[in-house]
Write a protein that binds this ligand. Structure first.
Ligand code: SF4
Length: 350
């Protein structure tokens, strides 16, 4: 098998026992990153590394199993339902926090949408659903329409959100004329269609992606972007400031910058929280007020934690942006910082 570090002979069983994600990259993305001038950074997004055999961590860093209420439906935060609609992606990111199932046949995927709709129908506090996976846009538009048949009649759902990296990996997917009808159905059901794209680096934003996003905007789809802070890919403020400025220019609002998670086989992508804060502050220093719409977030088992600053007292200050425990939301808390810490669990209480 070809790794970034060179060729190595590996047995199928060895790949499985280390949960090495399938290697698949679209021709489109390969050409885009080759021609972008950033191949040396972006190759880490999709090309396997030998480090994947050694990186420590766990497979479910956000407690997704614990929040699953019906197979394929997670209900962690009161207002949001998270649906795993597929275990497949357009290309596979080496840093994926769902590497426990992407690219494989998984029983974590939603099959019974009637049962899911029944659960959502009984939870009026849930105002939005996020279709995720895997990447929902690997599914045919007809299959997505079938899922919507179950979701659109639910009156308390205000928005239908799609989390996707397909705008980077295969942007022409969004020029499918049947998708316009799908978004129109969402609007006619008095709900907002939201696409949360996933660009980690300005070199991923192709001309075709811009064209697809312009077309989606014209169809009234709200557009947000999330990124992951990745060692050797985008761990400098210039790159991310340029990426976010470009997103802003094309109508894609920077939303979350995620701290990479301590995923087994992918924790070599983590940068320290100290470096992450230097980068987040550096990005903000380079952007205008309307461009700096992102939050630097650690998506922890206990909730979405905004990483605020490292104080002169040596403590890391954070705030719960989302939590299962409603009273925690908005509360600032701190822990003594330990050099090299990359995750909340690396910091002791005290
Ligand atoms: S597209 Fe998303 S779900 Fe798929 S491999 Fe990348 S990060 Fe994981």
């Amino acid at each position: 098998m070809n790794f970034i570090e060179g060729t190595r002979v590996v047995a199928e069983g060895e790949l499985q026992s280390h949960s090495i994600t399938r290697h698949h990259v679209t021709k489109f993305y390969r050409e885009q990153i080759t021609n972008s001038g950033f191949y040396d950074q972006l190759k880490y997004v999709v090309e396997p590394s030998i480090k994947e055999f050694e990186s420590p961590g766990t497979m479910d860093t956000s407690g997704e199993h614990d929040n699953t209420v019906v197979p394929g439906l997670q209900h962690k935060y009161a207002q949001t339902g998270l649906l795993l609609v597929t275990d497949r992606c357009v290309s596979y990111c080496r840093f994926c926090f769902r590497k426990r199932f992407v690219g494989q046949d998984s029983d974590e995927i939603a099959l019974d949408f009637a049962q899911i709709a029944q659960y959502i129908g009984g939870h009026p506090e849930m105002t939005n659903v996020l279709l995720s996976g895997g990447d929902p846009f690997v599914l045919s538009t007809a299959k997505l329409d079938k899922i919507l048949d179950h979701l659109l009649p639910i009156p308390h759902l205000d928005s239908i959100r799609f989390g996707t990296k397909a705008v980077a990996y295969e942007p022409r997917r969004f020029l499918d004329p049947a998708l316009s009808a799908l978004f129109q159905r969402i609007h006619e059901a008095c709900k907002t269609a939201v696409i949360v794209a996933h660009f980690d680096h300005i070199g991923e934003i192709s001309v075709d992606a811009e064209r697809a996003l312009r077309s989606l905007r014209a169809q009234g789809v709200q557009l947000l972007n999330q990124s992951v802070l990745l060692a050797n890919v985008n761990d400098d403020p210039e790159t991310l400031a340029e990426t976010f400025a470009k997103c802003h220019q094309i109508g894609l609002r920077p939303y979350y910058l995620f701290q990479a998670r301590p995923v087994k086989g992918a924790s070599h992508f983590q940068v320290s929280l100290r470096r992450g804060l230097e980068i987040a502050h550096g990005i903000n220093q380079r952007l205008s007020g309307i461009q700096k719409t992102f939050k630097y977030i650690m998506s922890h088992r206990t909730g979405k934690i905004e990483i605020l600053d490292l104080g002169a007292d040596g403590r890391l200050y954070m705030r719960y942006h989302q939590s299962k425990t409603t009273e925690k939301i908005g509360k600032i808390f701190s822990r003594p910082y330990r050099e090299g810490a990359c995750w909340l669990d690396d910091l002791l209480e005290g």
